[in-house]
Design a protein around this ligand. Structure first.
Ligand SMILES: NC(=O)c1ccc[n+]([C@@H]2O[C@H](COP(=O)([O-])OP(=O)(O)OC[C@H]3O[C@@H](n4cnc5c(N)ncnc54)[C@H](OP(=O)(O)O)[C@@H]3O)[C@@H](O)[C@H]2O)c1
Length: 266
């Protein structure tokens, strides 16, 4: 399905704020600007928040790799609010070539830091709260030399799915949206890779789709795939589908061999 997006569909009126973890660049920045344009008091977290030039956003320095920053950065946001977990960084390397420090830093950035920060943020905001998480299609797609990145994305998706029962028990109007995007035209994210960004999704368009999905969400939990079209002539157009995906087999397509038939017991 190729979604249409309206310019400014209304968000539920009771929501007053948005906290965007990783809202300074790329998709997070697009999500933050859209939140602001839809009338939310929008707090933007990131290491470069101080340099943010957008009017009407409320920047706060946060370094998810620094335990002190994760522990001490203010978490007050006008409630009820949306909380967006967007921060991340890409790493394309074999695990053998990945240094101990890279494992440590990427795990802090993409898992430990956000989990500890969310723990504080969710405790501080008044309910209901709507958590929107940007994981990735890399959580279920077959990739090469991306095992750490893919594993951390799968962990992000899994922890969020398993937060659903406790958030629903805490307040019946709490909501969780899990978004798995495919490739976005964010050159800084793919530093050093020669990619055709014309065939990737526009982050502003994807941000509007995400906010439309969040505004329409009635169920406690929704998982959404936003993948780029590969159809000639519409490459890079976002295609939205709902529900989780089964992880792809790690073998190269066409090389998977059937497991040997079990030997019957004598
Ligand atoms: N680009 C893609 O093709 C793609 C596809 C699927 C999923 N995603 C996911 O979408 C999310 C956004 O990606 P993007 O393409 O928008 O990347 P991006 O432009 O590089 O933005 C990454 C964001 O994460 C923040 N961040 C990085 N390190 C941080 C740290 N130590 N502490 C706090 N914040 C930190 C950055 O803020 P500061 O630099 O200010 O710290 C920035 O706001 C990521 O989770 C990514 O995995 C991306």
């Amino acid at each position: 399905m190729s979604p249409s997006t309206s310019a400014t569909p209304p968000l539920p009126e009771r929501f007053r704020g948005a906290a965007v973890i990783g809202g300074t660049h790329g998709l997070g920045r697009a999500l933050a600007r859209t939140a602001r344009d839809r009338g939310l008091h929008t707090v933007v977290y990131g290491r470069t928040a101080e340099t943010l030039s957008d009017d009407g956003l409320h920047p706060r320095h946060l370094d998810l790799c620094d335990p002190h920053s994760v522990r001490d950065t203010p978490v007050d946001v006008p409630s009820p609010c949306y909380v967006l977990w967007v921060a991340g960084a890409f790493l394309k390397k074999t695990l053998a070539d990945t240094t101990e420090d890279e494992v440590e830093q990427l795990t802090r950035l993409m898992f430990t830091g956000p989990v500890l920060f969310l723990r504080r943020l969710l405790a501080a905001v008044e309910e209901p709260v709507h958590l929107i998480t940007v994981a990735s299609s890399s959580a279920w797609k077959r990739r090469e030399r991306e095992s750490l990145y893919c594993g951390l994305k799968a962990a992000q998706a899994t922890i969020v799915r398993n937060l659903v029962p406790e958030l629903r028990a805490a307040h019946p109007e709490n909501r969780i949206t899990l978004i798995n995007p495919g490739g976005l035209a964010v050159p800084d994210f793919h530093t050093g890779l020669a990619l055709d960004f014309g065939a990737m999704m526009d982050p502003d368009h994807v941000a509007r789709i995400i906010w439309d999905i969040a505004a329409d969400q009635r169920r406690t939990f929704t998982e959404v795939q936003i993948l780029r079209s590969r159809e000639p002539g519409s490459e890079g157009t976002p295609e939205v589908s709902y529900g989780a995906r089964t992880p792809q087999a790690p073998e190269e397509p066409g090389t998977a061999t059937a497991p040997p038939a079990p030997t019957p017991h004598p």
